[in-house]
Design a protein around this ligand. Structure first.
Ligand SMILES: [Fe+2]
Length: 497
C-alpha cells in the first residue's frame, strides 16, 4: 500500500501469526535468505489487532522510483521467503498498468480467479472499491487475505492495493486497520508518474457533500497540471441494474466536479453488473438521460460496477449514454500514457487459461486472456482532450496552450467556416499533410458530440481535397475536425442552411 508518494515509498503489511521482533530487510537486488546481505532494514512502524490478526506495517520511504525491491521478514522464529515489490515511475513518459474493480464478498471461487489474474497481469497497482467481504468479520477477512495471496506472482512479486470503503465495511476503521490507510475519512489522493495521473479515492459511505465535496474540489483545483484524473468509490451513481437505487447526492456533488475539473475516468462498484459509458456530463437538457448527457469532448467516462466475486445481478437499467453493459465476473484493465487511456474489461472466470504478461513488458496482452468484446469494441479509448482547448481559442483568439498543463501543447489550427448550400449534401474539405497516411474527419454537433465520421487514405503528401457527406442532417452549425493520428490538422465550422 501507499501512504505517501508511490514513486518513493511503500507500505509492506503482514499478519504476524506467531513469533516476535519482526524486521524487514530490503535491497534493490535479490539477496536470498541471509539478512546480512541486505542493504537496508526496518522494524515495523505500526501494528494493530484488527479482525483477529496481528497486522504489522513497515512504512518504507526514500526509495528509488520505478525500482523493484526485494525483501525478507525475519523474526524470533525464522525467515520468510524472499518477495518483491516495485515503486511506480515518477515521470509522465512511462505508461501505467492498473486493475480496477471491487465487490469480492461471497463467491470465493470467483474472487480467487480474479486474484490469480492480478498475478498474471502484474499491474503497477490495483484499485479496489469496497465490499471485500460480506460481513466485515474476522473469519471472512482472514479468508479474504488468504485468497489475496493468489495475487502474488510465482516469482514472489506483490502488487500494491488502493482501497475504498463499501457498504459491507461496517466502519472506516476496518480498512484503516488492515491497509494502513493514513486518512481517517478514507478519502484521499495519490499521485502517479509525475504529472501523468492523479487518483482520488472517495468514500460513498460518508455524505457526498460538505467536507468531502470541499476536499475534492480543492484537490481538483490544485491538480490543474495533471494530464489525467481518475476517481474510484463504491456506490454507482446511476447503477445499471434496477435492483439498486440512484445516488443523486453523489451525482450533484461529485459528477459536477468531475465535469468542471475534467476528471477523465471514474471506477464505480456495488451493483454487480458490468458497464462502460461514453463520456458524459451532468445535464437535464434535451437528449439527457437520468441527469447525464453524452459529451465526447469534455465528458467523464464511468466504468464498473463490481463483480470480483459478489452475486451477479441482471444488467437491466441501461441509459442512452451507456456504451456497453453485461453481467459476468470481471475487472477493468487500464493502460495510461500521455496520449491516451485504454480500458479493457477482463472476464475473470477464465483466469486459468490465461498466460502471464512478460516481466519486461506488462502491456503485452497474454495468450488466452479473456477480454470482453461487446459490439462497441473490446477497447474503450480516451484520447487526450485537445478540443476542449479549441473552444477557448475560437472565442478568445489566444494561443492554444491548455490551462491545465505545464507542458506546451501543440497549437491548434484556427477554425475556418465553410457553407453548404440549401439541400447541400457535401462540403469540400481542404487540408495539408506532411506524410502519406490516413486522415480521420469527425463532425460534431453543438454539444460537441461526434455524429459522423469518415476516414480517407491519402496517396500523396501535400495539400488534399476531400468531400465530406453531410446529407440528411438538419440545418445548423457543426464543427468538423480533421485529424491525422492524434494530431488535429484542420478545423472547420460547417454551416448547413
Ligand atoms: Fe455494495
Amino acid at each position: 500500500m501507499w501512504r505517501t508518494d508511490p514513486a518513493t515509498s511503500m507500505v509492506v503489511g503482514w499478519n504476524q501469526i506467531t513469533g516476535s521482533n519482526p524486521v524487514l530487510y530490503y535491497d534493490e537486488v535479490p539477496r536470498g535468505s541471509d539478512p546480512l546481505m541486505y542493504a537496508r532494514r526496518q522494524a515495523p512502524d505500526s501494528n494493530n489487532s484488527g479482525k483477529g490478526m496481528r497486522n504489522y506495517f513497515a512504512r518504507l520511504e526514500n526509495l528509488k522510483p520505478n525500482t523493484t525491491y526485494y525483501f525478507i521478514i525475519v523474526d524470533s522464529e525464522g525467515t520468510s521467503k524472499q518477495m518483491s515489490f516495485a515503486t511506480t515511475p515518477n515521470n509522465a513518459y512511462e505508461r501505467l498498468s492498473i486493475i480496477a474493480g471491487g465487490d469480492s464478498r461471497n463467491n470465493r471461487e470467483a474472487r480467487r480467479k480474479a486474484n490469480l489474474l492480478v498475478s498474471k497481469l502484474r499491474p503497477h497497482f490495483v484499485l479496489f472499491a469496497g465490499d471485500m467481504t460480506g460481513g466485515d468479520v474476522s473469519k471472512q477477512w482472514q479468508q479474504w487475505f488468504n485468497d489475496w495471496q493468489l495475487t502474488i506472482t510465482p516469482d514472489g512479486h506483490l502488487t500494491p492495493i488502493v482501497v475504498a470503503r463499501g457498504n459491507h465495511e461496517a466502519s472506516n476503521k476496518s480498512l484503516i486497520d488492515l491497509f494502513d490507510v493514513p486518512h481517517e475519512g478514507l478519502y484521499y489522493k495519490l499521485k502517479f508518474g509525475g504529472d501523468l495521473l492523479r487518483v482520488y479515492t472517495l468514500n460513498s459511505m460518508l455524505p457526498a457533500g460538505g467536507k468531502q465535496m470541499q476536499w475534492l474540489a480543492n484537490e481538483l483545483k490544485r491538480d490543474a497540471g495533471a494530464t489525467w484524473k481518475m476517481a474510484q468509490y463504491h456506490h454507482s451513481i446511476r447503477p445499471h441494474t434496477e435492483r439498486k437505487s440512484e445516488k443523486l447526492e453523489m451525482q450533484k456533488n461529485w459528477s459536477t466536479l468531475f465535469y468542471k475539473y475534467q476528471v477523465n475516468l471514474v471506477s464505480e462498484s456495488d451493483a454487480h453488473v458490468v458497464k462502460t459509458t461514453y463520456p458524459i456530463r451532468p445535464s437535464v437538457e434535451e437528449g439527457s438521460d437520468e441527469g447525464f448527457i453524452r459529451d465526447d469532448e469534455r465528458g467523464t467516462v464511468y466504468i464498473g460496477e463490481g463483480c470480483w466475486g459478489a452475486p451477479l445481478r441482471e444488467s437491466n437499467d441501461l441509459k442512452n449514454w451507456t456504451r456497453s453493459s453485461g453481467s459476468f465476473n470481471q475487472f477493468k484493465w487500464i493502460f495510461i500514457d500521455q496520449e491516451k487511456i485504454e480500458v479493457r474489461t477482463i472476464k475473470t472466470d477464465f483466469a486459468e487459461q490465461a498466460a502471464s504478461v512478460p516481466k519486461h513488458d506488462i502491456f503485452q496482452i497474454p495468450v488466452g486472456l479473456s477480454i470482453w468484446n461487446p459490439l462497441e469494441g473490446d477497447v474503450l479509448r480516451i484520447n487526450r482532450k485537445i478540443l476542449a482547448v479549441a473552444d477557448n481559442t475560437a472565442s478568445g483568439g489566444t494561443t492554444a496552450t491548455t490551462p491545465s498543463t505545464s507542458k506546451p501543447k501543440p497549437k491548434l489550427p484556427p477554425i475556418s467556416r465553410i457553407y453548404a448550400g440549401e439541400g447541400g449534401s457535401q462540403v469540400t474539405v481542404e487540408y495539408a499533410i506532411e506524410s502519406i497516411g490516413e486522415v480521420e474527419m469527425s463532425l460534431l454537433n453543438k454539444k460537441m458530440q461526434r455524429i459522423r465520421k469518415a476516414t480517407f487514405a491519402n496517396p500523396k503528401a501535400g495539400s488534399c481535397t476531400q468531400k465530406f457527406d453531410i446529407g440528411g442532417l438538419p440545418s445548423g452549425n457543426y464543427t468538423l475536425v480533421v485529424k491525422k493520428g492524434d494530431a488535429i490538422i484542420r478545423r472547420y465550422e460547417v454551416v448547413k442552411r
